[in-house]
Each structure stands twice: as C-alpha cells, then as structure tokens.
Design a protein around this ligand. Structure first.
Ligand SMILES: C[S@@+](CC[C@H](N)C(=O)[O-])C[C@H]1O[C@@H](n2cnc3c(N)ncnc32)[C@H](O)[C@@H]1O
Length: 294
C-alpha cells in the first residue's frame, strides 16, 4: 500500500494537485531553521509572518530546543517508548558549520539512553511522513523508528493500530510529545477529546508533553500572526493557559504537584534561550505524568 492509500484507509485525504502551490505551515516551520526547499507560496507567507512577528524563527527554535531537552529528560527518567505526534519534517544537518543541535531527531536523543527505544513519528502531512521514512531507511533495523500517517484528532484509531502492530506496548510507560501541533487544530472539542483519549489509553508512568502557542504573553503579536495565517486560509488557534492546562486532566506535573504551565524557553533551565523574554516563546510548555490511580 502506498502512502496515499494508507492515508485514504485512515480517512486522511490525498494531497491535492496544488499542494506545492499553496503555503504549508509545516514547510514554513522548517524554513525557520534555514532549510531550503520552500516553494514561492511558503516564502511569501513566511515574509508576512516575519513582518507580523519578527521573533517567529526564535520561537520555533525555542520550541525545537525544548523538544530535544524534554525527550532527553523523559528518557533519563526511564521512559523507552516515544510517540512524536505531529512530528514535522526532519531537520537536516547544516552544511559547512551551523547549529547541529536542531538536526537531532527524537530517536537520536532517546536512543542515547535506550539503544532499542521504540520511537514512532506520526503526522497528518504525506510529505512529512515520506521524508521521515526516507531518513529512517538508513537507521539500524533493530532500533528503527516507525513513521506513520495519523490525524491527532483520531488518536483512538492511531493507538489501536500502533498497539496491534507491536510498535507500542501498554506494558511500559510511553511518552507522548505533542509539540506545536494542537494550535493547528482549531476545534477545541476535538483537541480535548484527543487529549482525553490519550490519557485514558496510556499506561501508568506515561508522560504527556505539550507545547502550545498562546496569546497570554503578547496578545498583539500573536493576533497579528493569527491574522496572517487566517488570510491564507490556514487555521491557527493559540490558546490560553486554562485551555491548555485542561488537556492534562488530573495528571501531576513531571516534577511533582499540579501541572506547571511555563513559557517554553523557561521550562527546562538548561534551554539555550532560557533568558529571552516570555513573549519570544509565545507558547507554554508543560509535562505531566500519569499516576497509577489516574
Ligand atoms: C510546527 S510543526 C511541529 C513539529 C514538531 N512537533 C516540533 O515541535 O518541532 C506542526 C506539525 O503538526 C502537523 N499536524 C497538523 N495538524 C495535525 C493533525 N491533525 N494530526 C497530525 N499532525 C498534524 C503538521 O503537519 C506539522 O508537521
């Protein structure tokens, strides 16, 4: 079955013939890391976003830096299964120097702790999944991660499939990484349902890590970015602290107590951008764990 057929079987439509004439938020995110390959429509929209919020590339790097740090922290706590939901494109190694940090993938970090850590990459974008698969083809077979097409709002089907295919087991904790993906799903009820289903399905000791754009630190900048996406017909829905906090239900913070909602750059004290003002993060990060009685 090819990727288009895989998608259709999951209710994910095939990309239209104009997929490369229309801007893509996933490709634009990749542009902030200096990756080439953006189409003219991406470049136009990226220019408008930079006009609206010049710190957008820094916000993306803060998000990605956090992704790697929290993967490391969760692996160090003993978690050896990772589901990277809305994983986005892999970021290639910069040519002729540059920051190698961002070229790391979830499995590169997790497998430094657990050589056979199970890592599943999932995304709704066919091109993202195709790129992930191409990259993973060269990974050693024993610990080769999986890349699947999936819609976050259909987590029930995704989790059932991953368990049936032996990619994830409920016999050990799983870390689910939902980093900068939920703002691209405007329907609040579907986002809450997806989080609720994940919380129910995941075994005790599992972790849920979310980063999510918010207007809380800089309503004007964030509204400007939202308006730019709106004009292009791309739904972008930053949420406030309470709405994001609700996604964790009754789970406890990774470090104990109620779940802490922290500007992304400051969630991990070792983050290379931890000193920037909160409006540059423009997002919250939070990580919660499932208690045995949750
Ligand atoms: C900004 S990228 C985030 C990449 C990565 N998680 C990170 O934090 O570096 C957002 C990704 O979410 C994906 N996405 C958007 N809506 C989705 C959905 N309903 N289900 C799965 N993936 C989705 C997009 O295709 C894109 O690759």
């Amino acid at each position: 079955m090819n990727l288009v057929q895989e998608g259709l079987a999951l209710g994910i439509p095939a990309p239209g013939p104009d997929a490369h004439q229309r801007p893509s938020a996933a490709r634009i995110y990749r542009m902030w890391f200096g990756v080439e390959g953006a189409v003219p429509a991406d470049q136009d929209l990226a220019r408008k976003i930079l006009n609206a919020f010049p710190r957008e590339p820094a916000a993306a790097k803060i998000n990605r830096g956090h992704h790697l740090l929290i993967t490391e922290a969760l692996a160090a706590r003993g978690i050896s299964q990772f589901l990277d939901l809305g994983c986005g494109y892999p970021l290639p190694r910069p040519q002729g120097g540059g920051d190698l940090l961002f070229a790391q993938n979830t499995h590169d970090v997790a497998q430094q702790h657990w050589r056979s850590a199970a890592v599943v990459y999932a995304d709704i974008d066919h091109d993202v999944v195709a790129c992930r698969r191409t990259l993973l083809d060269s990974a050693p077979t024993a610990s080769r991660p999986t890349a699947v097409l999936a819609d976050v709002t259909d987590t029930a089907r995704l989790l059932a499939r991953l368990e049936a295919d032996g990619h994830l087991t409920r016999e050990r904790p799983v870390a689910v990484l939902l980093h900068d993906v939920l703002p691209w799903i405007p329907d609040d009820a579907r986002v809450q349902d997806a989080a609720s289903h994940l919380r129910t399905w995941l075994p005790p000791g599992s972790a849920l890590s979310i980063t999510h754009a918010t207007p809380d630190f800089s309503p004007t900048w964030v509204k400007r970015v939202q308006d730019v996406y709106d004009e292009e017909g791309i739904a972008f829905r930053p949420r406030d602290r309470q709405s994001i906090s609700n996604l964790f239900g009754d789970w406890a913070d990774l470090y104990g107590g109620p779940v802490r909602m922290v500007p992304t750059a400051r969630h991990q004290t070792t983050h290379q951008f931890s000193a920037v003002p909160d409006y540059v993060s423009a997002a919250y990060a939070a990580v919660a764990v499932k208690h045995p009685t949750s």
